[in-house]
Design a protein around this ligand. Structure first.
Ligand code: SF4
Length: 298
């Protein structure tokens, strides 16, 4: 593991180190400036030529993600975060559960950009310890823009009026309480950062450092780190652990769907235990669960 020193600029990669001009996003397929060709210097299309179809946002994002992943797949997490911040500036958000391992990514982000918007899904079903930890850790790290995302009143009233949906349909419950609130929040951003790691297993075994998701770029700076790396970073920076870690919870979500695990079991085996469900849905393709038929924002 490489634990980087305080807030260095990343090594000499033209893409990663040069900030975009204020208010502009850089094209990761081009060194900054090369795409700024004056229109009159471009070859002129014949009047009768059929214009080629514009690439879809999804295919552009996939191309961009592939280029960036090739450049950053072996980079230090701090360098990956710096590259993402340089690329997107205030159009970059970080999604955190303030769970068992969240302090590592949040601390790294605070070193790069303490004002980064941190999106926290307050499902209404979280442990009280998580809500306390969210406040304490944000204050300790100097994160100035932690946003609590809550499910819409109308969605709950129609889809989960007695707050028992988790007993009968966990996918629908996660959709109302996590997927939909996050989708609404991410609409205001161009890229986002997650704390997923390959060592968590399942679908995460093939996790890329940079991937495309719903037409946006998603950065996974800790994809390459294992448990020993995380523990070393927590110790080095004396970061407080989530209080439930000491009670046998290596991965922490909503209280109805999180169990403690035995030593040696998979990190995420206590999540939706016995249900065959391994992800809440925010990291899988959308539209697999129909939203409730309700109106606009409250
Ligand atoms: S983790 Fe459980 S309680 Fe939380 S949103 Fe998903 S199904 Fe509902």
């Amino acid at each position: 593991m490489t634990v980087a020193g305080p807030s260095p600029r990343p090594a000499a990669d033209g893409l990663a180190v040069r900030a975009a001009p204020a208010g502009r996003l850089r094209d990761p397929l081009q060194p900054w400036g090369r795409s700024e060709i004056l229109p009159e210097t471009l070859p002129q299309a014949r009047p009768d030529a059929v214009a080629p179809a514009a690439p879809s946002p999804d295919s552009v994002a996939e191309q961009q993600a592939a280029v960036l992943d090739a450049r950053l797949r072996d980079a230090d997490p701090l360098e990956i975060l710096q590259a993402a911040s340089d690329l997107y500036g205030d159009q970059l958000a970080l999604v955190s559960s303030f769970g068992a391992e969240s302090a590592v990514l949040l601390h790294l982000a605070s070193r790069v950009r303490p004002q980064i918007p941190v999106l926290f899904l307050d499902t209404g079903m979280l442990f009280g310890q998580t809500l306390d930890y969210r406040k304490q850790l944000a204050a300790r790290l100097g994160l100035t823009d932690v946003r609590d995302l809550r499910p819409r009143f109308q969605d709950l009233a129609v889809g989960d009026p007695d707050a028992r949906l988790w007993k009968t349909d966990t996918d629908a419950c996660c959709n109302i309480r996590k997927v939909m609130p996050l989708d609404r929040a991410l609409a205001g951003f161009e890229g986002w950062v997650t704390g997923r790691k390959r060592f968590h297993g399942g679908d995460r075994l093939r996790l890329a450092v940079v991937e495309a998701s719903e037409g946006k770029l998603k950065f996974n700076p800790l994809a390459n780190w294992d448990k020993a790396d995380l523990d070393a970073y927590l110790a080095l920076h004396d970061l407080p652990a989530h209080p439930l870690v000491a009670q046998g919870f290596p991965s922490i979500g909503c209280w109805p769907c999180t169990n403690p695990v035995e030593d040696g079991e998979d990190v995420r085996s206590g999540r939706w235990a016995g249900q065959g469900k391994t992800e809440c849905g925010i990291h899988v393709a959308r539209a697999h669960v129909a939203p409730p038929n309700v109106g606009g924002d409250i």
